[in-house]
Design a protein around this ligand. Structure first.
Ligand code: IPE
Ligand code: IPE
Ligand code: MG
Length: 237
C-alpha cells in the first residue's frame, strides 16, 4: 500500500459483544452498553488523531427492535443522553455527527434531538461520525429501489443510463465514500445485514475482543493490519 492509503479514509465498526461483556462480569446486559459508549468515545478521538475522515458505527439494527422492550428503551435512552452530553466532545474535536437509518421508527423527541446535533456539528470537518440506527443493508437497498421506481415512473427515460453512481446516491449513505475497513468485535464473523452494498470491496477485520474492551490500542492494531492488506479489486497487479 502506498503511504497515503495506509490510513483508511472510512472505517466502519460493528460494535458487538456488550451483552457478553456484562454477563461475564455478572452484570446486566445494559451495563455493557454503558461501557461500550466509552469505547466509542476512545475510538472517535483516535480517528481524529490518526487522520481517518469517516468513522461509521452500527449502533442499532432494524432487527434489534426485536430485543426485549427494556433493552430497546435503555438503548434509546442512552442515545438520547449521549446526544445531549457529547456536544462539546464533538465540537472540541471537529466532529460532524450524522445518524442514518430508518429514522421514522425513532421517537419524535430522539429524532429532533439528533437533528439538532447534526445541525450544530454540520460545519465540523476533522471527522464525520456516522451512527447507524434502525439500519439494515436490505432496508437501505429497498428504500433506494423505491426512490428509483418513483423517479422512473415519472420519467422512464432515466432507466437505461441509471448506473452505479446514480444508485449510490439514493442510498442513505449517498455522498459518503464506501468503507475501506469494516471491523467487527466479539468474535462473530458475519455481516448481520450491515452495509451490504457499500461493503462490496471493504477489507474485514475480526477480533475476539468484546466492544467494551476495544479501545485505542485495539483500534491501532486494526489500522496496522489494514495497512498490510493488498486491495486488488478483482484486478491483477
Ligand atoms: C452490541 O452488543 C450492541 C447492540 C447490538 C445494540 P450486543 O448487545 O449484541 O452484545 P452481545 O452480542 O449480546 O454480547
Ligand atoms: C449487529 O449485532 C448489530 C449491531 C452491532 C448494532 P447483533 O448482535 O445484533 O447481531 P447478531 O444477532 O449477532 O447477528
Ligand atoms: Mg451481539
Amino acid at each position: 500500500m502506498d503511504k497515503e492509503s495506509r490510513i483508511p479514509k472510512h472505517v466502519s465498526i460493528i460494535m458487538d459483544g456488550n451483552g457478553r461483556w456484562a454477563r461475564e462480569r455478572g452484570m446486566e446486559r445494559i451495563q455493557g452498553h454503558l461501557v461500550g459508549a466509552d469505547s466509542l468515545k476512545a475510538v472517535t478521538e483516535e480517528c481524529v488523531a490518526q487522520g481517518v475522515k469517516y468513522l461509521s458505527v452500527y449502533a442499532f439494527s432494524e432487527e434489534n427492535w426485536g430485543r426485549p422492550a427494556e433493552e430497546v428503551s435503555f438503548l434509546m435512552g442512552l442515545l438520547m443522553k449521549k446526544v445531549h452530553e457529547e456536544v462539546s466532545l464533538l465540537m472540541d474535536n471537529g466532529v460532524r455527527f450524522v445518524v442514518l437509518g430508518n429514522r421514522a421508527r425513532l421517537s419524535r423527541d430522539l429524532d429532533d434531538a439528533i437533528t439538532g446535533l447534526e445541525q450544530t456539528t454540520a460545519k465540523n470537518d476533522a471527522l464525520t461520525m456516522i451512527v447507524f440506527i434502525s439500519y439494515s443493508g436490505k432496508w437501505d437497498i429497498l428504500q433506494a429501489a423505491k426512490k428509483f421506481a418513483r423517479k422512473a415512473v415519472e420519467d422512464p427515460s432515466i432507466i437505461d443510463d441509471f448506473g452505479f453512481p446514480e444508485f449510490d446516491s439514493l442510498l442513505v449513505t449517498g455522498g459518503i465514500p464506501d468503507p475501506d475497513l469494516i471491523i467487527r468485535t466479539s468474535g462473530e464473523q458475519r455481516i448481520s445485514n450491515y452495509l451490504l452494498w457499500q461493503g462490496a470491496y471493504s477489507e474485514f477485520y475480526f477480533t475476539p475482543v468484546l466492544w467494551p474492551d476495544f479501545r485505542k490500542e485495539e483500534f491501532r492494531q486494526a489500522l496496522n493490519e489494514y495497512s498490510t492488506r493488498d486491495r486488488r479489486y478483482g484486478k491483477v497487479k
